[in-house]
Design a protein around this ligand. Structure first.
Ligand code: ADP
Ligand code: ADP
Length: 226
């Protein structure tokens, strides 16, 4: 099975904006995949549809073989999403945020605590465990978002512009972490508007422009062309 299979995806918002105009996209299991495009190209809309936050207009989406129209529960179990906006409660502690998230996915409580400790340690947040989220710096909040998305051990991690507004030092350490979890077997898709970020991390890449895929190839072939 493929990690992701999108066929004929279209999204027209209720205001008439055609954000996605017939996208086909396949991502193999184990891949580190970039969806590259300028602001407004349709990246967030596409991953919004994959993660069922945005209703599609047309087309099919399968996550590890599970159709989001008929098998949404299983599709969601396989997917972790890191959206751009910080959407956790600022007044909960990091530990509460992570353990609660695991609860939504039915992870047993003891296991959730263990998992939270592991992820906080891996992401350099161990000493913040019992601090409220509002006390974190922007970069720490971004890492908390990643930890939260990984709490239920999804096979596919999708990140929307993960390093937007993150300084270069932290960006490098986030890249290292993402490479590491990809090596551990998690398929990763990220959206970015930096070619350098895609180049640094990704095996395969699709370029999206005005709601359409204009290039879909491996990173090496793309770089050879430029
Ligand atoms: P849907 O068609 O999926 O129901 P809507 O068109 O109703 O989505 O929009 C969802 C939300 O996004 C609304 O609150 C809307 O105000 C907001 N929105 C509208 N235009 C934009 C835009 N260009 N970028 C981001 N959000 C927008
Ligand atoms: P990207 O993530 O590549 O910047 P988006 O998917 O956010 O692109 O946006 C694609 C297009 O859809 C843009 O023209 C944007 O203004 C529009 N758009 C995004 N969200 C909404 C929304 N909720 N309602 C209406 N239009 C939207």
């Amino acid at each position: 099975t493929k990690a992701l299979e999108i066929v004929g995806l279209e999204k027209t918002y209720s205001n008439g904006v055609q954000a996605v105009k017939g996208i086909d996209l396949t991502v193999e299991k184990g891949d580190f995949f970039a969806l590259l495009g300028a602001n407004g190209a349709g990246k967030s809309t596409t991953i919004g549809v994959i993660s069922s936050l945005v209703n599609k207009t047309k087309g099919t989406v399968k996550v590890f073989g599970h159709d989001i129209d008929t098998d949404l529960g299983k599709a969601k179990t396989n997917l972790g999403l890191v959206p751009q906006e910080f959407n956790f409660s600022q007044f909960e502690t990091l530990n509460q945020i992570l353990v609660n998230q695991a609860g939504y996915y039915g992870v047993p409580r003891a296991e959730a605590h263990k998992r939270a400790d592991e992820l906080l340690a891996q992401l350099g947040l161990a000493d913040k465990k019992d601090k409220q989220a509002r006390t974190l710096s922007g970069g720490m909040k971004r890492r908390l978002m990643i930890a939260r998305a990984l709490m239920h051990k999804p096979q596919l991690l999708i990140l929307d512009e993960p390093t937007a507004g993150v300084d270069i030092e932290l960006r490098r350490s986030m890249w290292e972490f993402l490479k590491e979890i990809n090596l551990q077997g998690v398929t990763i898709i990220l959206t970015t508007h930096y070619l350098e970020e895609a180049e640094m991390l990704c095996k395969n890449i699709a370029i999206i422009d005005k709601g359409q895929i204009i290039e879909n190839t491996n990173m090496k072939s793309l770089l050879a062309k430029l």
